[in-house]
Design a protein around this ligand. Structure first.
Ligand SMILES: NC(=O)C1=CN([C@@H]2O[C@H](COP(=O)(O)OP(=O)(O)OC[C@H]3O[C@@H](n4cnc5c(N)ncnc54)[C@H](OP(=O)(O)O)[C@@H]3O)[C@@H](O)[C@H]2O)C=CC1
Ligand SMILES: CC(=O)[C@@H](O)[C@H](O)COP(=O)(O)O
Ligand SMILES: [Mn+2]
Length: 393
């Protein structure tokens, strides 16, 4: 068995901590090379004590100096670095073969792309990176012979339901449709009018998954499903019209692939991210993930319904951005990040999220997204437009 050396980008988050739980079950298979966080220095210190990485990264120099001192007091040799350059370094380091990309939002793009360009095995949770840079990202995966394994539960499920080699389009492998499941979020069944006064805590109370606050809000607006639709188009070389969103409130079927002979292949499991994480870490083998076995008698029933697009316009906005192509998905993502931040800070109402994203998409031109600079510019200008929109209200 080869020992794999892993960098965990976003180690202190929900996906990061689940990843470390799985790694801890297999000390002879995996060694942690680097752990990164933004500002959670106490949490990163605790992780360093347990996992003893060679490198730890925080955003600010002050936090890095604090961590350096605490680690030295604890007699640990972990080197501490700061900033985006350090994130890129630990993602592309020669010692590393596997990178868990679990930073939330656009901040994950540069280190994740660095891992791709260094030909690593990338476990992709950070969907925003792929949404922003779709064609460029997938071209880099092919050009640098990187191994890209989807961690997002739906995409991991579809990956497991597709033939091993599915590049070159779905149709040539007899796949007619991808069925992307959605829980419907905490406000499933609510009308657009009901949603006006919901609070951040209500929006973050996901019925089935325990996740970071940004993705929890995205699930509540169905923007998460919109981002996932775009993510699936890029990962599986699919057109938006080949993907059907199916609301499935139990989150037990994690997604499906439909074939020309009438077969529909589904992947099921308890809603626990340690399953896709373990899959990505061990692929093509399987390892123990610490997840409870699925008890179908306890679940008893599985329900399905269409998404309510009039009440949750973000799904349509994402589909339209994918159809518009070029920089439109990066604009959608940037506007959504600003809007979700404002909602969580109490500066924007819940239904204001979709309204703001729609206004920014209308205001920003769609350009060809052939290079990273254009994508980063589109991201930055969309953020400025969104902030100006917030200031005007
Ligand atoms: N949680 C889940 O179950 C799922 C998550 N995903 C995706 O995975 C990604 C991570 O989600 P989740 O774990 O929930 O998010 P969390 O908010 O729980 O964690 C985010 C992690 O990223 C770090 N981080 C945040 N901002 C920055 C920044 N500017 N620079 C560097 N690091 C940063 C955080 O550090 P700090 O702690 O210091 O803030 C933290 O380690 C997202 O893209 C999400 O969409 C996909 C499917 C399921
Ligand atoms: C766990 C995971 O992959 C999340 O993206 C999850 O899908 C959120 O649930 P919904 O967006 O379906 O509510
Ligand atoms: Mn998902």
């Amino acid at each position: 068995m080869t020992l794999r050396h892993v960098t965990v980008l976003g180690a202190t988050g929900s996906i990061g901590t689940s990843t470390l739980e799985v790694l801890a079950l297999h000390p002879t298979r995996y060694r942690v090379h680097a752990l990164t966080a933004h500002r959670s220095r106490e949490a990163l210190l605790a992780q360093c004590r347990v996992h003893r990485p060679a490198v730890a990264v925080l955003d600010g120099e002050g936090d890095a100096a604090w961590l350096r001192e605490r680690l030295a007091e604890a007699g640990l040799a972990t080197e501490v670095r700061a900033g985006t350059e350090a994130l890129v370094e630990v993602a592309e380091a020669a010692e590393v073969d596997t990178v868990m990309a679990a930073i939330v939002g656009a901040a994950g793009l540069l280190p994740t792309l660095a891992a791709v360009r260094a030909g690593k095995r990338i476990l992709l949770a950070n969907k925003e990176a792929l949404v922003m840079s779709g064609a460029l990202f997938m071209d880099a995966v092919a050009r640098h012979d990187a191994t890209l394994l989807p961690i997002d539960s739906e995409h991991n499920a579809i990956y497991q339901c597709l033939p091993v080699e599915h590049r070159g389009g779905l149709a040539q492998h007899g796949v007619t449709q991808l069925l992307l499941t959605a829980s419907g979020g905490p406000f499933r069944g609510w009308t657009h009018a009901d949603l006006a006064a919901v609070t951040p805590d209500q929006a973050c109370a996901h019925p089935n998954w325990s996740m970071g606050r940004k993705i929890s809000v995205d699930s509540a607006t169905l923007m998460n499903k919109g981002l996932e639709l775009i993510e699936a188009c890029w990962l599986f070389d699919a057109r938006p019209d080949q993907i059907q969103v199916v609301v499935h409130p139990q989150s037990v079927i994690h997604s499906m692939a439909a074939y020309s002979d009438g077969s529909v292949i589904a992947q099921l499991g308890n809603p626990d991210m340690r399953t896709p994480i373990a899959y990505g870490l061990s692929w093509p083998e399987r390892i123990e993930a610490g997840v409870e076995p699925l008890d179908l008698f306890q679940i008893a029933r599985l329900d399905f319904e269409p998404a309510d697009e009039p009440a949750f316009p973000c799904l349509r906005l994402a589909r339209e951005a994918m159809a518009a192509g070029g920089t439109a998905p990066a604009v959608l993502n940037a506007a959504n990040e600003v809007a979700v931040d404002a909602f969580l800070a109490g500066r924007l109402g819940f239904t204001g999220i979709g309204d703001l994203v729609a206004r920014v998409l209308d205001a920003r031109p769609v350009e060809s997204a052939g290079d990273l600079e254009t994508i980063l510019d589109a991201d930055s200008l969309a953020r400025q437009e969104a902030l100006a929109g917030l200031a005007r209200q």
